[in-house]
Design a protein around this ligand. Structure first.
Ligand code: 13P
Length: 251
């Protein structure tokens, strides 16, 4: 089964409006090969400007989180309807920083994911184990709990829209990339799990991205593995040259 690769940049809490706008322009100028998708998740304040800067490019826009209601008394949250209004078509959900710094639970993440699906945003569900969990041989157990917890109530008919991102916590922002064998092993495990949860042909369409210190010099080998369908990139997406190179992996 051939899946369309997705290279996603997560800018986290970086860049003012002007900085984001010029970086988006520079990245868009690098072009996107027709056989793959590319996406940027700017901070909310820069979303409108980045959307404008990306006019005429096939670059997709994503949020870094989302609420689940259309509107209401939810101070500090952002509605999926507002995100669509500003040009987003995808939403990063359950990022490791949301889980570990802000204490988001699988239950809360599931609410966010259901809200994204309800209002037509493609969710990118992030999951990943800590170093302690890996060293205690808990990796698969932790990932299964996060995957099943995040996807509770998601029917097969909606599952084809999902994207999963495996981001081992110990590889995020550390310069320590998981080896391509470690990544393939986990992705194959997740694919098998998805096939138990959903119809096989639907599960085999779900893209599984890897995130954690993806750089120009390791993207090609990671992307050559069977179950690696893309990358979720942090630090290296903050510079046009390196993100353009990552978008053009294996070329
Ligand atoms: P780095 O690429 O900086 O390790 O960040 C990964 C990440 O968290 C992307 O969401």
């Amino acid at each position: 089964m051939k899946r369309r690769p997705l290279i996603a940049g997560n800018w986290k809490m970086h860049l003012t409006i002007g900085e984001a706008e010029s970086l988006a322009r520079a990245i868009a100028r690098g072009g996107i090969p027709a056989d793959r998708d590319a996406m940027l998740a700017p901070p909310y304040t820069a979303m409108a400007a980045v959307n404008k800067a990306l006019q005429g490019s096939s670059m997709l826009l994503a949020s870094q989180n989302n609420g689940w209601e259309e509107k209401g008394a939810f101070t500090g949250e952002i509605s999926p309807v507002m995100l669509k209004d500003v040009g987003c078509s995808m939403a990063i959900i359950g990022h490791s920083e949301r889980r570990h710094i802000f204490g988001e639970s699988d239950q809360l993440i599931n609410k966010r994911l259901s809200g994204a699906l309800k209002y037509g945003l493609v969710p990118i569900l992030c999951i990943g184990e800590t170093l302690e969990e890996r060293e205690a041989n808990q990796t698969f157990k932790v990932l299964e709990t996060q995957l099943r917890g995040g996807l509770t109530g998601v029917a097969s008919s909606e599952a084809d829209k999902l994207v999963i991102a495996y981001e081992p916590v110990w590889a995020i922002g550390t310069g320590k990339t998981a080896s391509e064998d470690q990544v393939q092993e986990v992705h194959a495990f997740l694919r098998t799990l998805l096939k138990k949860m959903y119809e096989k042909d639907i599960a085999s369409q779900i893209r599984i991205l890897y995130g954690g210190s993806v750089k120009p010099d390791n993207v090609d080998v990671l992307m050559s593995r069977e179950d690696v369908d893309g990358a979720l990139v942090g630090g290296a997406a903050l510079q046009a040259e390196s993100f353009i190179r990552i978008i053009h992996f294996n070329q």
